[in-house]
Design a protein. Sequence first.
Length: 673
Amino acid sequence: MRLFIAEKPSVAKAIAEVLGSTDKGNGYIVCGDDYVTWCFGHLLESAEPDHYLSDDVPKNENGKKKWREQDLPIVPDKWVKQPREDAKEQLANIGRLIKKASVIVNAGDPDREGQLLVDEVLDHFSNTSPVLRYWTNAADRTSVERELSALRNNADYISHGRAAAARDKADWLIGMNLSRAYTLKAIRGGSRTLLTVGRVQTPTLAMVVKRDRDIGSFKSIPHYSIGVTIKHEQGEFLANWKMKDEQPGQDEEGRLIDVSKVEDVIQQISNQSGTITVFDKTPKKKYHPKVYSLSDLILVASNKFGYKGEDVLNTCQSLYERHKLTSYPRTDNGYLPESQFSDAGTILAILKSINPSYSALIDKADIKIKSKTWDDEKTTAHHGIVPTLHKGDPTKLSEMEKNIYDLIIKSYIAQFYPVHEFLRTTVEVGIVDETFVAAGNIVTLNGWKDVYLNDQDLSAEDDDKEEQQFPLMKKGDSVTCIAPVKKSLKTKPPSSFTDGSLNNAMSNIYRFIEDPEHKKILKEEDGLGTEATRTTIVSELVRRGFLTYDGKKIISTKLGRELVDALPESVKSPVLTAIYERMLKGIAAGTFTEEEFLAKQVQYITDQVNKANEGSIKVGHIPKVSNLHKCDLCGKGLYKLAGKKPGSFWWQCSGAPECTQTYSDLNGRPRRK
């Protein structure tokens, strides 16, 4: 018997439909001699710190072991994975099937995490049967059929899972230890707020805090320039003043801040004759924008529709899993494998049949055009998000699904239009020892931009704007300066982050790094977080009260800013991710071991915990100490704290963590034993 273990039910269903479903059981589908079962995300999770702590550690009112400085850092000797509470039944179903199988197929998603997700289930049940690997980016019938006919050896991908496991353990070490260490440090300062720290979430929070402070401290600087109308015998055009390097009245940034100097120049050039000193027409081409990665799609959807990143991800997941209209969405790559180029004619025909509104655009497409987006050397485990070969029903899409689907379709159709061509025209005019410049584009072939007429989809990829048209002229022609005007300008503050721009910043975190080596690593790798986790990280920071929304803007809260101020630079810098990625890449390639990686993480965590265990900080909510209700053990006043259930409370000694006495609440008073 051959057993397929898919990452999620939708993939299992897609595989079963191709294999030919003959029966169903509890948590599996029978397809003749094949069985198909599924996970729903990770069925196993890392054990909580309580599992590794001594039984001598006292417990709190919830039955959990108390957080204490002397127990940190918590470093497991042997890492334990436990079944998720809501996954025990399905895990048991899979276990029974594994014991019966002669061959197993790992059908996890095509990435590190998907590899680990199924491999760890096989390890949990000590599987000894041979394992194959199913690895595809789409769930449509044709893609599934192709992959089923070309299954690979799972052993070739094991190292990807090991890299994911190493990352998971290292993130556990950081999250569990530093969250406890800094929460306890805040408790010593009187706070009663849970402070969570993470390798990805903390640098993300720090980035938003810095942006907010840059905006708050920004002081607009007025400065000036000059715009003129240049009159030529064949027509007029607009130009702007190009200041000399030694122009008086500039600040250190090269801005003209002395308005009197502007007025002097205007007086000198008004109605004066001049000469065209430069007239240059250069043929230019603008190649097709890549198809969408998830980050690029989130940025465009945020700018165009105001959608939140998590909603875009969920919508893409629905288009992929439920409707099967688009390929795997959690991708950081916008290129396409050359092997899929031959599918273009069929895909465009399907799109035309199920989306008649695109008929005119598709009819003008030329499937012989092969854009630079098709590039095997630039694709990774994933490729860009594109329409599939599935003949679905777009009328069943929600408004958000339709809007996202529309973006994906257009980016695909555009690949089969010609390159956009134009003449880049540059003009310089000399007038009374001053220089004025103008530039413009003359489109000679609109090409792929025909797909985006009257559309603003390309804000993430295309900043090219058509500019003014010039009269017929040449270098050396005489002109006259008319209507010079003073331009009053102001420097602008940076923009607040939105879901789209923050996701994009996390994806391109290298732009915020100064060290050349770390910048290079982060540029080559996945950035801060992954396509699958970025939106979740932002949502978690909002849920924890570190970030909040102000309309579309994402801004930091007082608590978020206090936490960032309390943490050392190494914890809140994305450089740690760069160091991680270099080693994880080595694990995936087999040139570095998980043991070596974790040894370095343990040393780092130990150093950070030792620093955190010194002194105290004041972060978050500091409750009032009761003068009426005292601790029975040490005599200090008690704090009244909110419980987990709305309207519930409990009492804690203000001498914590040295005094661990707590009391339940009885009608607004501590319940005495």
